[in-house]
Design a protein around this ligand. Structure first.
Ligand code: SAH
Length: 358
């Protein structure tokens, strides 16, 4: 059956994993001419990341029609790296057209979290980031973002309680698909992951931050700041030429005022670029002036990318930077490094696989 289905992949078929349960019901009844209860069965299987061949209570005639008219965009695990230190698993996920992205499964005391990708590549151009080195090939569909989580919870046999959109790609540059994904993944009969346990990370697309604030989705907004001065930030992150720090912080304030959700900032420490006490002081003053509302700074130690010249700081430096920020009244922590033994930093596994294909 699996082989059969592979031969029948219809790239133009309806993207059933991107459908809500009621959209799927309409599709099953109107397009396939099948009874409504089949939609509920199919929906349940898809949320578990099951291939069609394993959907035991669906008759062969139904599966045949399904394969002719639908495209089930469930990713396949192309590579799987397990950390010996803490059980973190890094996946290379292959989409139906062969595009690959990365996803990571992480175990924290408060539950299991998956880091998902939302685009094949990225066009934001942050200088220290591996995901953007070859630009963006395409956006991922809602199904392909959701599918990463379904496949991982099937692979690990564990419930996923939280999601961070911090993999490859810029979620707000794939806005509509990100919103649909958030609705799908939090659906009660779907994976039912609480929106409050989902972080959407952005390099700072200001109009989209304001739009997101108005969606009524209580997700955590994570903003990649990485520098407290416009000149430095622009040299690290080209997006800052379009939307400067003042404008960005004002959008963050708007996000808090509209949603009541505390914003968090990511600040990757890069040796000699943004890691001095002077930088910490500037950061503290910019945040206190610009935000005047609850927020949190996540300090990240750079994952070195061989194609760039940037160098990471030592742990002691990160701790000292953190202490300095806290002493100025800013809420900050150094992010624990999970899976450091498999940490080809984000985007590097994908780069390696695309080089091998060429
Ligand atoms: N496009 C989103 C999500 C990207 S990845 C964003 O920019 O926020 C999540 C975080 O990892 C971002 O803060 C990003 O700037 C940071 N990051 C990218 N490359 C990194 C590297 N090599 N080392 C450490 N952090 C990195």
């Amino acid at each position: 059956m699996t082989e059969n289905i592979k031969e029948n992949v219809n790239m133009q078929g309806a993207d059933i994993l991107s459908m809500t349960e009621s959209e799927l019901e309409r599709f099953v009844v109107e397009e396939l001419g099948e009874p409504r209860f089949r939609a509920a069965q199919l929906y349940g299987w898809m949320q578990k990341g099951a291939p069609v061949s394993e959907m035991k209570n669906l008759p062969a005639s139904f599966k045949k029609k399904l394969c002719e008219k639908a495209l089930y965009r469930l990713p396949k695990i192309a590579e799987r790296l397990v950390s010996k230190l803490d059980g973190t698993i890094k996946y290379l996920m292959e989409m139906v057209d062969g595009e690959c992205v990365e996803s990571v499964f992480m175990q924290y005391e408060h539950g299991n979290t998956v880091c998902v990708s939302c685009q094949a590549g990225c066009r934001m151009g942050c200088r220290f980031c591996a995901s953007t080195l070859n630009g963006r090939n395409r956006d991922l569909e809602p199904s392909e973002i959701l599918g990463q989580i379904a496949v991982i919870s099937r692979d690990t046999g564990l419930r996923v309680g939280g999601i961070v959109m911090m993999g490859i790609g810029e979620p707000l540059d794939n806005y509509d698909n990100t919103i649909k994904f958030l609705k799908l993944v939090s659906a009660e009969k779907g994976l039912n992951i609480g929106l409050r346990h989902i972080s959407v990370s952005t390099c700072g697309l200001v109009p989209k931050i304001r739009k997101l604030a108005e969606e009524g989705l209580p997700v955590t907004l994570s903003v990649s700041l990485h520098a407290a001065e416009d000149e430095r930030r622009s040299s690290l992150m080209p997006i800052n030429n379009k939307y400067g720090i003042d404008e960005l912080l004002s959008a963050c304030r708007y996000y808090f005022e509209t949603t009541g959700r505390r914003v968090s900032f990511e600040y990757t420490l890069i040796a000699g670029q943004n890691d001095s006490f002077e930088d910490a002081d500037k950061l503290a003053s910019v945040i206190k002036k610009g935000m005047s509302c609850p927020c949190h700074v996540n300090l990240i130690m750079l994952n070195e990318v061989s194609e760039t010249k940037f160098v990471s700081v030592q742990k002691e430096r990160a701790d000292a930077f953190c202490k300095r920020l806290c002493s100025k009244g800013v809420n900050a922590t150094v992010r624990r490094r999970l899976g450091s033994d498999i940490n080809a930093s984000c985007g590097q596994l994908r780069l390696k696989s695309s080089k091998e294909k060429r």
